[in-house]
Design a binder for this molecule. Structure first.
Ligand code: AIR
Length: 203
């Protein structure tokens, strides 16, 4: 194969350096969130992430600084212990823990901190998430875990519940929650109108 002349190489080099400049520019334009994370979102495995993403998206919607990480109550018990027992000192205000199957993560976290802990039961292929739900919700008296629904609805609600707790001492967050509810009411009204039109047109 013929070797391309230097002259022909030049445009490629130019494109490369343009791409580098663009990448540098993009990196400079990314705003780094330097705020103290107040919500920790912990999940038993990265396989839980597709569900937990709904929680993270909601926290982002309300502009709540959070930190997310994988910690397993069974596979990395030392890490779970260290994280939960130091979470308050690190400045976290609420812990959200998602796990599936023998889902002890939220309970273990709750046993090691007095921060409010919200548990998200992840659905499982074998038992549909009933295993996760029972493991998360059935805590003994003395160590509460606020357990939300199985799956994505629960993940969204975990973030909303955390937002509501934080809004107890944050009026602007409370305003955002009110707007969120108003938007939800408008969506339901639109759905109702569409449904009534559909029924009217078929009868
Ligand atoms: N899990 C991980 N450590 C303890 C538990 N209960 C859960 C994860 C995930 C499920 O086990 O939260 O829902 C399967 O994890 P993996 O990594 O096998 O996909």
């Amino acid at each position: 194969m013929a070797r391309r002349s230097k002259k022909n190489d030049a445009p490629a080099e130019k494109t490369k350096s343009k791409k580098k400049d663009k990448a540098r520019e993009d990196a400079e334009n990314v705003e780094v969130d330097t705020r103290q994370p107040v919500v920790a979102v912990v999940m038993g495995s990265d396989s839980d992430f597709p569900v937990v993403a709904a929680c993270i998206e909601t926290l982002e919607e309300f502009d709540i600084p959070y930190e997310a990480r994988v910690i397993s109550a069974h596979r990395t018990p030392d890490k779970a212990h260290k994280f939960a027992s130091t979470a308050r000192l690190k400045g976290f205000r609420i812990l959200i823990a998602a796990a599936g199957g023998a889902a002890h993560l939220a309970g273990v976290m709750a046993s090691l901190t007095t921060l409010p802990v919200i548990g998200i039961p992840i659905q499982t292929p074998t038992l549909g998430g009933a295993d996760s739900l029972y493991s998360t919700v059935q805590m003994p008296a003395g160590v509460p875990v606020a357990t939300v629904a199985i799956g994505k609805a629960g993940a969204t609600n975990a973030a909303l519940l955390a937002t509501e707790i934080l809004a107890l001492s944050d009026d602007s967050l409370h305003d955002r929650l009110q707007s969120f509810r108003a938007a939800m009411r408008r969506t339901v009204a639109q759905k109702n109108a569409r449904l009534r039109e559909k029924i009217a047109s078929t009868s």
